[in-house]
Design a protein around this ligand. Structure first.
Ligand SMILES: Nc1ncnc2c1ncn2[C@@H]1O[C@H](COP(=O)(O)OP(=O)(O)O)[C@@H](O)[C@H]1O
Ligand code: SF4
Ligand SMILES: [Mg+2]
Length: 347
C-alpha cells in the first residue's frame, strides 16, 4: 500500500540542495595531426592535444565558481564543453542531476540549451552588426518558441534591457551605436532571455576598460542575486575574480592545480602557480610596492613537461616534481596538486 506521508522523497516544491553543476573528470583532446597523406609521406605521428585533462568541480545553486589561469590553460574548452559546443573525450557533466551530454545528443538538448547560456569575451563579435538590438535579444525567445506575439516579444525585450540597465528605447538601435560595456550588457540581456539557471561567462569583461569592467561585474552580481543564477566565471585575471566568485579553480595546462573557496585562496594560496598569479596582481593599497610579473610561459601542450607540468617555472621544483605528476588532493581543506605542499615543504 502506498503511504505518501512516509514518502522519503523531498516534496516537489522544495528546491534541491544538490549542486546544480557537477563536472567529473572531464577531458577533451583535439587531433591536431597533419593531414593523413603528409603524415605518411613525412613519417609524422598522429598528434593529440590534451586541452582539458581530467577536470572535476561542483557549483552550488546561486554560486559562482571562477576558473583562472593564463591563456592556453584550457578554460575556454571547459566553457565550450559545458554549453555543448564540444563533446567530452572523457568524463561526465551532470546538470541538475541529469547527464548533460547524453541530453545534448537527445531530444532534451533544446530544453537544456535553454537553461545553460554562454556569454563570450568579445560582445562585438558575438552580436550580429546588421541586426537591431530588439532582434538580437528576441532571437533566443523566437528560436525556442517561447514568445511569438510581436507585442509580447517587444515587451519582454524591453524588460530584459531594463534588467541590465539599458533603456527599452535602445531596442531600435544597432550594436555599433553602443559602447563596449553597453554591448556586453546587450549580450547579457540576450543570454537571460530564455531564463537560464546557469551562465557560462568566458572572460566577459576582459575586452573592456577597467572602469567599465566594474559596472558590468556589478550588473552580473545583481542579476545573480535577483534571479538565483549560477555562474561559471572564466578569467585570466585573478583580480577580477576576487569580486565575483565564491570558489576559485586555478588551471594549468589543462588541469586544475588548486580549488578553494575565494577567501582561503586569496588569504592562503597553496600552489606555487596560484602564488605566482597572486603576486602579479597590482597592489592597490601599497603604493610604490612593485608587483612581481609572472615569470616564464605556459609550455607547449603538444609537448608538456614531465611530472608536474609547472616544474620548469616552479621555484620549489625538485627531482620528484620532474618525475611524478602530483594528483589533486585535499590538504588542509583545499584541493591542491603539488608535491611540496603535500610534503609540507611549502607553508
Ligand atoms: N578547436 C581546437 N582545436 C585544436 N586545439 C585547440 C582547440 N581549441 C583549443 N585548442 C588548444 O587547447 C588549448 C587550450 O585552449 P583554450 O581552452 O582556448 O585555453 P584558454 O581559454 O585557457 O586560453 C590551447 O593549447 C589551444 O590551442
Ligand atoms: S609539484 Fe613541484 S614543481 Fe609542481 S608546483 Fe609543486 S613544487 Fe612546484
Ligand atoms: Mg579562452
Amino acid at each position: 500500500m502506498s503511504t505518501p506521508v512516509m514518502d522519503t522523497a523531498a516534496p516537489a516544491a522544495a528546491p534541491s540542495t544538490a549542486p546544480l553543476v557537477v563536472v567529473e573528470d572531464v577531458a577533451r583532446t583535439f587531433d591536431v595531426s597533419a593531414p593523413w597523406l603528409n603524415r605518411v609521406l613525412e613519417r609524422k605521428p598522429r598528434q593529440l592535444l590534451h586541452a582539458v585533462d581530467g577536470v572535476s568541480f561542483e557549483i552550488a545553486r546561486g554560486q559562482t565558481l571562477a576558473l583562472v589561469g593564463e591563456s592556453g590553460c584550457g578554460k575556454s574548452t571547459v566553457a565550450r564543453l559545458l554549453v555543448g559546443l564540444y563533446a567530452p573525450t572523457r568524463g561526465r557533466f551532470w546538470f541538475d542531476g541529469q547527464d548533460a551530454h547524453a541530453a545534448y545528443r537527445s531530444a532534451q538538448g533544446r530544453q537544456l540549451r535553454r537553461r545553460i547560456q554562454m556569454i563570450f569575451q568579445d560582445p562585438y563579435a558575438s552580436l550580429n552588426p546588421r541586426w537591431r538590438v530588439e532582434d538580437i535579444v528576441a532571437e533566443p525567445l523566437r528560436e525556442h518558441g517561447l514568445l511569438r506575439d510581436p507585442a509580447a516579444l517587444r515587451e519582454r525585450v524591453g524588460q530584459l534591457l531594463r534588467s541590465v540597465g539599458l533603456s527599452p528605447h535602445d531596442m531600435v538601435k544597432y550594436p555599433h551605436q553602443f559602447s563596449g560595456g553597453q554591448r556586453q550588457r546587450i549580450s547579457i540581456a540576450r543570454a537571460l532571455a530564455t531564463q537560464p539557471a546557469f551562465l557560462v561567462c568566458d572572460e566577459p569583461t576582459s575586452a573592456l576598460d577597467v572602469s567599465v569592467q566594474a559596472q558590468v561585474l556589478n550588473i552580473m552580481k545583481d542579476l545573480q542575486r535577483q534571479q538565483g543564477l549560477t555562474y561559471l566565471f572564466i578569467s585570466h585575471n585573478l583580480a577580477v575574480v576576487r569580486h565575483v566568485s565564491d570558489h576559485v579553480g586555478v588551471m594549468y595546462l589543462g588541469r586544475l592545480v588548486e580549488l578553494a573557496d575565494k577567501r582561503t585562496l586569496f588569504a592562503q594560496p597553496r600552489h606555487p602557480y596560484t602564488r605566482m598569479l597572486l603576486e602579479a596582481i597590482p597592489k592597490l593599497h601599497a603604493t610604490g610596492q612593485a608587483r612581481t610579473p609572472v615569470q616564464g610561459e605556459v609550455p607547449n601542450p603538444l609537448n608538456p613537461p614531465s611530472g608536474c607540468a609547472f616544474h620548469p617555472r616552479c621555484p620549489h621544483a625538485n627531482a620528484r616534481c620532474q618525475a611524478e605528476r602530483p594528483a589533486l588532493q585535499t590538504i588542509g581543506g583545499v584541493r591542491v596538486a603539488c608535491h611540496a605542499v603535500e610534503e609540507g615543504r611549502l607553508r
